[in-house]
Design a binder for this molecule. Sequence first.
Ligand SMILES: [Zn+2]
Length: 96
Amino acid sequence: MARPEKIQSLIDAHEGKLPEHSGLGHYSVMYLCKDGGVICAKCANENLKLTDDPDDPQWYITDIVSEFENPIDCDNCYEEVPVLWKVKPIKENPNG
Ligand SMILES: [Zn+2]
């Protein structure tokens, strides 16, 4: 494995995938590649093998980008990633 430890531990903590949002506050996250591009979690997961190869700077993920202030377009699919994802309604505690 040649990923930065920070990225690898994220994958390990999310059943082998890169998370689409941060655990706290459901902020969207994106992934910074070695060439300076930023890709969305969907593209990152679809090309997970490529993100492990430092010789492929377009895909090799060096860092996570979170809590950005304005929507960012993915450099791969060009889809705009909103600042916040639709937050699922929290189920009320049936015992509470
Ligand atoms: Zn994308």
